[in-house]
Every structure is written in structure tokens, then in C-alpha cells.
Write a protein of this length. Structure first.
Length: 499
């Protein structure tokens, strides 16, 4: 049998490759795969590929120089083209001896004569051999393609299913699936620009604290900071977070001038400040280390004493806006965290059930500032299970109904349209959900059984067999070569397409 060489592009998706193989009319296909073809470079994709080509009735060989794809193919018992190379040994003949040149004796040229009877005989034999070879080729290449357009039976899915952590295996009778309790906790911060009355005031000093200790450091409002004898006081109470992953905790805050020593005071960005109380009292940690060695303060922006800046104030709607913005970002963060940590799981996410706790708002209504920030915490509880196990559970429930009605149908397509949370007992770790959707049922056809029934039969006999086994289907039969009256005896040369 001739082999058909099918060339794959590096960018081809897995579905496109499988579709190309299906459209190939030949029974043996050599799939030529370039190196680093993404769709065939993952074990899961190659397993899906193997399952998809098993029922095509074709012999598929993989041809590639990519060693990774070769290794995965061998592990899955997928045949590689020319896997075992045969070594051919050629006889080496000694060079011919140089013949002695003999004197050329001129002879008269013979006269050309034509034997037309011999030429005709040879030509006739050649035509007969060619015709016989063509007929033999047609016989050997005989094949059949049958297209079955089946009726689709849609059914509605309306099931109530429970996910239970204590459940060991699926309970189809009571519609209970094993589930796993999941709790997500997210911290977040959001900032908005104030919209209150704007006034002109002296520039505030913006500073940032760096904490190199492995615990949080609280600082009261009005903490004194000094720069060359000039004293500033912080405008709010803060907590400097602890150091993590070899990085110091950071916290920004503003400070107002309390005592001026230099009328031309200018402080460049990045300048170091001192925490007055700690410097004076030599405040130490519990283990005897000086705080000033582990908590540093630097100027965040250039400061000029003579500068006048416009500063806003906090309006009531600013408090509302920062809360709403924080709640929305926390809900999105919970959803993203669930998706990132559970890519192969089915779970229920209901934004309205996310518990939001606003822990701190940096300013009150009427306070002067251009921005306010809010810190909050989101908590969400749900149940999850494997996506595959969930899909299989739904399919088994449908198949159970099919068996009750004693119909030879199978699921051709499954669409889950809506999942609704009906009840959730977080303490008992039991969740009840409503599942709605549609399934498309098609006749349950075993291709190998059909092929064994129709091989070697005429088109009329095949149509009768299909009419007796598949009701309401539209059958189209293509024979090659067209002059053949029966299907091939070899079932592998019969291709069945179900649409």
C-alpha cells in the first residue's frame, strides 16, 4: 500500500493535525513533524492524539528528528517511521585492468534496416503489461468511504448534585460526588484620589520606612524624624511590615515640619532621616539589638521648604469609592487565586459570597490629603472536584437514563450552560449545586463491528444492513475504483465517517 506523506506545520493545533489525518484518503499516513512542534511536544497532547487516531482505520507513522517527541511516542507505543535502519553491504569490485589499445581498422558502415513486425510485437506486449498493471493497481488500491449522517437527539440536563468531602467514591443513586473543601484568604490595598476642597499649603515631606526585622513594627502618629536638626512629625499611625524573602518590609507616610533650623532647607530624594526617640533612648529589641540598625527611613521625593503645593481633602464619597474599589479587586483576586491553584478542578465561585473585611482606611472625612488608601481582607469558602470526574459523573447520569429507555444512543456533545449554588454547609463540608445544560445524543455505532458486517458486500446489501441497524440515518457510499461492485474484503480499507 502506498504511503501518504502528511507534513505538519510547527504552529498547527492538535485538532488541525487530527483533522488533516481524517481528510487523508490513504490508509497509511506518514506524519512528518518538524522539531519543537508545540502541539505534539506534551505527553497529554500525544495521549489525546493516540486516542483520536485509534478509530480512524489508518496506519499512522510518526517521522521526526525531535528526540523528545520520539521518546514520548515510544512510551505510548506509537509507531515511528523507519525506526529500525537496515545496514546494506555493497560488494566492492577491483578496478578493471587497462586494456591495450588496438589499432582501429576502418570498416564500412552497415546499412540501417527496420523490422516493423518485431517493433509492433514489442509495443503490443508493452501495452498489455501496462494495462494489466493498471488493473492490478486498481484492485490492490480498492477502498471504500462511507459517510453516515446520523440524527441528533437533544435532551435537557437539569440535575441537583452534592459535593461531599467525606464521600469516597461517586454515588450515582443519590447523586453525590467526592469533594474537597477549599478556603481562600487574600489581603489587598487600594488607593483613590480625593475629591474634597483643595487648598494651597507648604509641601509635606514624603518618607518611606524599611524594616529588616522579622516582625511588624508599629509607629504612633507624630513620630519625630530629624534631618540636620530640622524636625518633622508623621501624620498618621502606621505599621511597618516584617521582612520576607530577604527583602525588607516597606511603608510610606507623610510628615509635617515641626521645627525648622534652616530657612533654605532642601532635602534630596533618598536622603537618610533619623527616628529621634530611638536615637535618644537607644531603644533596643528583645534580643538586645538597636532598632536604628534594623529600621531605616529615607526621603521618598525631593523636599523644598519654600514650595507651595495644592492639597485636597477627603470627601464622604472618597471613603465609599475606596471601599468599593477594594471590594472589587479582592473578589477578582480570589477568583484569580482559585483559577491559578486549581486548573484541573471544577469548583463554584459566587462573587456575592466573598466575605470582605475593611481593616483600615488611611484618612477620615475632612482630613487634608491628595490620596487615601484602604486595606482589607477577603475570605471565600467553596468545594472542588476533578473536572474530568465531574464531566464523567454527568455523562454517567445521562447514560443511566439512556439505558432505562433501552435506546442504542451515546453522548455526542455535552454543554453545561449554568451552575447554580443551592446550599453550602461549610462546617459539614457539603455543597449542593444545580446543573443545567444540553446533551446531544447520537446512535451508538461500533465501527469495527459495522466493517466486519459489510466487507465484501454490494452497495444494496450494505444499505439494507445499515437500515436494519441504524434508524433514520443518511448513508453515502463511495467505492474506488468506481467500476467495482462490492466493498473490499479487507476491513482496513473501509473508512467510516460519522457526522
Amino acid at each position: 500500500m502506498n504511503k501518504f506523506y502528511l507534513y505538519v506545520n510547527k504552529e498547527d493545533e492538535l485538532g488541525e493535525i487530527i483533522e488533516k489525518i481524517k481528510k487523508a484518503k490513504e490508509g497509511e499516513v506518514v506524519l512528518v513533524i518538524p522539531e519543537k512542534t508545540k502541539s505534539l511536544s506534551h505527553p497529554v497532547n500525544l495521549e489525546i492524539f493516540k486516542k483520536e487516531i485509534q478509530d480512524l482505520g489508518k496506519k499512522i507513522y510518526l517521522s521526526t528528528a525531535d528526540e523528545k517527541i520520539k521518546t514520548m511516542a515510544r512510551n505510548l507505543n506509537l509507531p515511528l517511521f523507519l525506526e529500525e535502519t537496515e545496514e546494506k553491504i555493497f560488494d566492492i569490485k577491483p578496478p578493471k585492468k587497462k586494456e591495450e589499445k588496438k589499432p582501429i581498422i576502418s570498416q564500412p558502415k552497415p546499412k540501417l534496416t527496420f523490422n516493423f513486425s518485431k517493433i509492433f510485437s514489442y509495443l503490443f506486449i508493452l501495452i498489455v503489461i501496462s494495462l494489466f498493471g493498471f488493473i492490478l493497481f486498481q484492485v490492490l488500491q480498492a477502498k471504500t468511504e462511507i459517510v453516515i449522517e446520523t440524527q441528533k437527539t437533544p435532551i435537557d440536563i437539569n440535575e441537583v448534585i452534592s459535593l461531599k468531602e467525606e464521600q469516597v467514591s461517586p454515588d450515582y443513586e443519590n447523586k453525590i460526588l467526592p469533594g474537597e473543601y477549599v478556603k481562600v484568604e487574600i489581603l489587598g490595598t487600594e488607593t483613590v484620589t480625593t475629591t474634597g476642597i483643595i487648598s494651597e499649603e507648604s509641601q509635606l515631606l514624603k518618607v518611606v520606612f524599611y524594616n529588616y526585622l522579622e516582625r511588624d513594627i508599629p509607629l504612633v502618629m507624630g513620630t519625630r524624624l530629624s534631618y540636620q536638626g530640622n524636625i518633622f512629625r508623621t501624620t498618621e499611625k502606621i505599621v511597618i511590615p516584617l521582612a520576607q524573602n530577604n527583602e525588607p518590609g516597606k511603608k510610606s507616610v507623610t510628615a509635617i515640619l515641626s521645627s525648622l533650623q534652616d530657612e533654605n532647607l532642601k532635602i534630596p530624594q533618598g536622603s537618610d532621616l533619623k527616628i529621634v526617640a530611638w536615637e535618644e533612648k537607644k531603644t533596643k529589641t528583645d534580643d538586645g539589638r538597636l532598632f536604628v540598625d534594623f529600621v531605616k527611613v529615607k526621603v521618598e521625593e525631593d523636599y523644598n521648604y519654600g514650595s507651595i503645593v495644592k492639597i485636597g481633602s477627603v470627601a464622604p464619597q472618597d471613603i465609599t469609592n475606596v471601599k468599593l474599589k477594594l471590594e472589587d479587586s479582592l473578589k477578582k483576586a480570589v477568583q484569580s487565586d482559585l483559577a491559578f491553584k486549581n486548573p484541573q478542578s471544577f469548583y463554584v465561585f459566587e462573587p456575592s459570597l466573598v466575605k470582605i473585611e475593611i481593616q483600615n482606611i488611611s484618612h477620615k472625612v475632612g482630613e487634608k490629603t491628595n490620596k487615601i488608601s484602604a486595606v482589607g481582607k477577603a475570605t471565600y469558602e467553596t468545594m472542588k472536584t476533578s473536572k474530568k470526574e465531574f464531566d464523567d459523573f454527568i455523562k454517567n447520569l445521562i447514560n443511566k437514563e439512556i439505558l432505562k429507555e433501552n435506546k442504542k444512543l451515546t453522548i455526542g456533545q455535552l454543554n453545561i450552560e449554568k451552575i447554580e449554588l443551592l446550599d453550602f454547609e461549610s462546617r459539614k463540608k457539603i455543597m449542593t449545586i444545580g446543573v443545567k445544560g444540553k446533551a446531544i445524543l447520537v446512535p451508538d455505532l461500533n465501527q469495527e463491528t459495522l466493517k466486519s458486517m459489510i466487507k465484501g458486500k454490494t452497495i444494496e446489501e450494505v444499505q439494507k444492513i445499515f437500515a436494519a441497524n441504524i434508524s433514520g440515518a443518511n448513508i453515502t457510499i463511495h467505492l474506488f475504483p468506481r467500476w467495482k461492485e462490492k466493498l473490499p474484503e479487507d476491513a482496513t480499507k473501509i473508512k467510516i465517517l460519522i457526522r
